[in-house]
Design a protein around this ligand. Sequence first.
Ligand code: ADP
Ligand code: MG
Length: 399
Amino acid sequence: MNEDLIRKIEAAFTARFGSLDGAKLYFAPGRVNLIGEHIDYSGGYVFPCALTIGSYCIAKPRADRKLRFYSINIPKADVIETSLDDLHPLMEKGMWTAYPKGVIWAMAQAGYACTKGLDVVYGGDVPNGSGLSSSASLEVVTAIMLRDLNGFDEAKLNNIELAKIGNVAENRYLGANTGILDQFASAMGRKDSAILLNCGTMEYEYAPISMRGKRIVVTNSNKPHSLVNSQYNTRRAQSDAARDALKKVIPGMVNLCDIDLKTFYEHADVITDKVIFKRAKHAISENQRTIDSLKALKAGDLNRFGDLINEAGESIRYDYEATCEETDLLVDAARIQPGVLCSRQTGGGWGGCTVSIVDDENIKDFMANVQRIYSARSHYHATFYVVDVGNGPEIIKQY
Ligand code: ADP
Ligand code: MG
């Protein structure tokens, strides 16, 4: 719990909206994907965990239908005033309030229309746009707040439904073509656990993750990347091409990740294009590594988990070719540091962040050394976030 941040949100609420009496404080976490990259759209598993950093909000219902939003992270936008009757999908490009408004809209679409206006102040300690999913934490914290303040039935509108609503907001209100991974990890996070999730079927399972004196270090290359870019679409098309070729000779196959590596190699001659072959090899092997990660963590074998993460890093780099010079450099620099279990690029790719697991006592030197190597050989400066596996969303208190 970031007490300092909570105090700032409280002060901002009082300054803009008056008394905190009757208001409530909520939290939802950010997330990092540990393994299972670029296979959610091929029917494969992802393996994220929720973090102890996330988004907070203090909200108080109003008697009318007005919505007043403020974020201490975006002070220059000041208070944004709107209403429950002013929700228009795809019309609010560049406005941070499109996230909470999108969630209100998506909830109404799901049959849960909010009737009371709100005064809300947000604040988060997830760096925006760096791949730790501040957007999902913002959506999920809004969703649990709306469920609570409107008295929506928690048995029906459970946290998985809230994740779906957050995703609908992001896809249809904001127009960002993203999968359910981020919102699911935030809404369903559990302390000391990673979550094996099939984004297509929503089948999931928790794995205990005991860090034993190690911590997760996320390193932002600060090389900008855009998910909705041509490379991403090309990879999707290549994965689909591999699937379509294999489906013709493998009865019952629906998704690329339905088959194991052995079956893939037995039939791989139907894929004549070398590049398509590599893309398929990544997807199918990555899915296997993700399932093996669950087994490794269940057996308490953190070293094996580290090896799988490193192998996943090689696969995304050489077979899927979804990395870039900057994240490759960060991974190479990380892996030669003392106390490093593993390191790989995480997230959409072609920039963004790497994830490393590092012995606590080595983290200070790790950051200094990686920064030195990175700044000397790239045009960017890295930013480091030492993060811990955390719980899902919470209602923290009533004022
Ligand atoms: P990521 O999810 O990787 O952090 P995104 O670009 O998907 O990056 O989402 C970042 C956007 O989410 C920000 O630009 C902002 O609009 C919104 N956002 C996230 N957290 C907050 C916050 N605490 N207050 C206001 N807006 C936020
Ligand atoms: Mg996001």
